[in-house]
Design a protein around this ligand. Structure first.
Ligand SMILES: Cc1ncc(COP(=O)(O)O)c(C=O)c1O
Length: 366
């Protein structure tokens, strides 16, 4: 609290990001769903070739090479692409732009009960009403739960975080169809890790109310660069640009644009990293099940795992942390018995399994 802050900031409940260890401290970092592999070698080339005198000039936010690379990759027009400083910023601008119906501020934004914890932060910061829709057994989202519920907008992470489950494109289409007056945001931060890969971008021609939000942070290994984007109809994109240009016309810088464009253009490297992570995910799921964990089927670069009976997830989180292994624990009703574990390298996951096995043996022997 401060007398110098306005009421909104005094009342704000900001998002709490996963722990970032201090520089130089060696840990196995499996808590914020980063990619364990380096970005494409094309990124190093782009950096080496970057002409620093270009930094004199403001960046081109709408028609530059990044927007073109994304449009090519997604098979849409550049005018259907909106870039921001990470998909967090893009999502924030989406909530601000689409989620309030003039004259009806009572309508809530619908989100799944357990989902990305930034959504409620945006809702409260923008004074939006919110309604969370319960998930079904094993954290499954049921599409018909989004039918006939008055709302001013819908946001769904697909695959969902922290639960790791995905819904089908048929389900996404159903939700868009049943809510024609609302914008449906599909947050695809983890979509590239689903098997088979599919994206709601392929539904855009049919649903003008659909806005797909994606990021280079996860599958392109560029979390530190901060490039996210939305793909939608020109009408929705135009709205996002109006919001952006009301506070910062240049959220993505020249260097980041160049680097992200290089990474996006290297499809082969992207495919290889994705395949490695999917294979390590399979190893991790099998190894965890072997020692008594249960988990919903993962379509993401993390698993949402429940330790065997008698092992407390919160205590396990703490003992792993003491061993230098960071995973994510949410002390929240309905999920406090789970750990969200990012898929790292094979070596990191073997170290994790070893540490967990040791901890379980300690619990059982005590
Ligand atoms: C579901 C989901 N959406 C969006 C983001 C934001 O990603 P970024 O801002 O790095 O693009 C995250 C980050 O962890 C996430 O889990």
């Amino acid at each position: 609290m401060s007398k110098y802050w306005n009421k909104k900031i005094n009342d704000a409940e900001p998002y709490v990001a996963g722990e970032q260890p201090k520089a130089g401290v060696k840990v196995i970092k499996l808590n914020t769903n980063e990619n364990p592999y380096a970005p494409s070698p094309k990124v190093a080339e782009a950096l080496a070739q970057f002409d620093i005198s270009d930094l004199r000039l403001y960046p081109n936010t709408d028609g530059g090479e990044l927007v073109q690379a994304i449009a090519d990759r997604e098979g849409v027009k550049p005018s259907q692409v909106f870039c921001g400083n990470g998909s967090d910023e893009v999502l924030a601008i989406c909530f601000q732009t689409f989620f309030e119906k003039e004259g009806n501020t009572d309508l809530p934004v619908l989100t799944p009960e357990f989902s990305y914890s930034f959504y409620p932060v945006y809702e409260s910061f923008y004074d939006l009403r919110s309604k969370t829709i319960p998930l079904r057994e094993d954290y499954r989202l049921e599409k018909t739960d989004y039918e006939g519920v008055p709302n001013c907008g819908i946001a769904i992470a697909n695959p969902n975080a922290p639960t790791s489950r995905a819904i089908s494109l048929e389900d996404v289409a159903y939700i868009c169809e049943k809510n024609p007056d609302s914008v449906v945001i599909i947050d695809e931060a983890y979509a590239y890790f689903a098997e088979p890969y599919e994206t709601a971008v392929s539904l855009l021609d049919k649903y003008p109310n659909l806005c797909v939000v994606r990021t280079t942070s996860k599958s392109y290994s560029l979390a530190g660069l901060r490039i996210g984007y939305a793909v939608a109809s020109e009408e929705l994109i135009e709205g996002l640009k109006r919001a952006r240009d009301s506070f910062n016309s240049y959220p993505t810088d020249r260097l980041a644009q160049k680097v992200a464009a290089a990474a996006i253009s290297d499809e082969e490297y992207h495919r290889q990293c994705r395949a490695k992570i999917i294979a390590t995910r399979k190893y991790t799921e099998d190894a965890l099940k072997e020692i008594g964990f249960t988990m919903p089927p993962s379509s993401a670069n993390f698993v949402f795992a429940k330790p065997p009976a008698g092992v407390d997830a919160g205590l396990l989180y703490k003992s792993l942390r003491a061993k230098g292994i960071l995973v994510r624990y949410f002390d929240k009703d309905g999920i406090r018995d789970h750990l969200r574990i990012t898929i790292g390298t094979d070596e990191e996951m073997r170290a994790l399994i070893e540490a967990i096995t040791e901890e379980i043996a300690n619990v059982q022997n005590s």
